[in-house]
Ligand binder design. Sequence first.
Ligand SMILES: Nc1ncnc2c1ncn2[C@@H]1O[C@H](COP(=O)(O)OP(=O)(O)O)[C@@H](O)[C@H]1O
Ligand SMILES: N[C@@H](CC(=O)OP(=O)(O)O)C(=O)O
Length: 438
Amino acid sequence: MNIKVAKFGGSSLCDASQFQKVKKIIEKDPERKFIVPSAPGKRHREDIKITDLLYLCHAQVSHHVPFNEIFKVISERFLHIAKELSVTVDLHAILQDIQDHIGSGASLDYVASRGEYLNGIILSHYLGCQFLDAAEVIMFHKNGSIDLQETQKRIAPYLDDDQKYVIPGFYGSLPDKSLKIFPRGGSDITGAVVSKSVSASIYENWTDVSGFLVTDPSIIPNCKPIETITYRELRELSYMGAKVLHEETIFPVLEAGIPINVKNTNDPENPGTMIVSYREPINSTGSITGIAGRKDFTVLAIEKNLMKNDISFVRKLLSTLENHQIRFEHTPSGIDSLSLVIKSSELNGKLDKLIEDIHVHCKPDLLEVHPNMALVATVGHGMAYTPGISAKLFTALYESGVNVRMIDQGSSEINIIVGVENKDFEKAVTAIYNAFVK
Ligand SMILES: Nc1ncnc2c1ncn2[C@@H]1O[C@H](COP(=O)(O)OP(=O)(O)O)[C@@H](O)[C@H]1O
Ligand SMILES: N[C@@H](CC(=O)OP(=O)(O)O)C(=O)O
């Protein structure tokens, strides 16, 4: 029998009524054998995710401030879900144990992971499935990278029975048995790691939208969904800010070619989006796959006459960044000019010294700092080979009055990135969407 892995995000498990939808989905398909839950997410716009409350608990304890009030909110949320679902597991004892551990200075990774752990326990009881603690099966190397071989070995004993298993998302264990979490949003990565480890026929990622949409629905309401997208396109879009899937999700499933199906827990019959290794390139109708972007970058624009003749210039510039431990995103360049696009958060408290050091080591003729920039990526497999795409994109931006401050097609032929001012970000996304999709 094929094995399917089904990951349910925090929005799919935010309250008892969402759990009921999840149960129907799991019961509908016997192949859905491994279920990966996140912690309860937001029930409405102003709500707070359980994971955020757990981070807050840890911060309170590290500042020697009482955390009991916040922990009470967390406990009540889980107890309420369990009560509404008539789940009889003794949550009080488990919650007390967690509270004691947090109070005695448990690690951030332990504290942050408890939302998935508790949700996993409730979900497994509610579904009548086995609970498989991620601490026992999702294994990391000492250096913090995922140990796929060991994970596969640990999950192997559970493959051939007729049980279904709930494995909480977001965390696993280091070789010394301490807990380690993935980056925020990382339950998606757990789902991919489990899929790879069990050679799943498909990795279903259940969320609150009907698949990967062409762009962020908070900018374009009723945005069109993407039917099929390649891993590479997805990687570009999620790296550039499309929130649905964590940007590292594809790596475990990429080599094995396991398709990811993004589906909507609130509309389970909708086919959602299939993420696959290959699809036909976009054709001469000039369509695109998606648009994503982020605000708050700073561009350092550097000019130096005969820059290309100074063979050590780029090395000196990048060494200066390295000395300050600053990561950059893009480096569009011209004959005698080069720009560094850096997340503004990377520069906090470091900008003045960085500029001083660039002047000392690289001696540029001109160095300008442009803060408050946003990047907008338009992504589509085969875009570079399709005449007219750039013209359409830049015409749309021009006609909307968006001032394009930077262009970067990079070496990947599936992406055109433009830099605009933060204030023009939504306008730029809307202009591109209307030109290509509407
Ligand atoms: N391109 C996009 N397609 C779909 N959703 C997007 C996109 N960009 C941003 N989003 C947002 O991502 C949300 C789903 O991601 P997330 O909140 O992490 O879900 P989950 O709780 O299921 O993990 C959607 O509700 C939507 O608001
Ligand atoms: N709960 C964790 C992990 C996660 O992936 O959550 P979600 O699936 O709701 O994005 C977080 O908030 O970061």
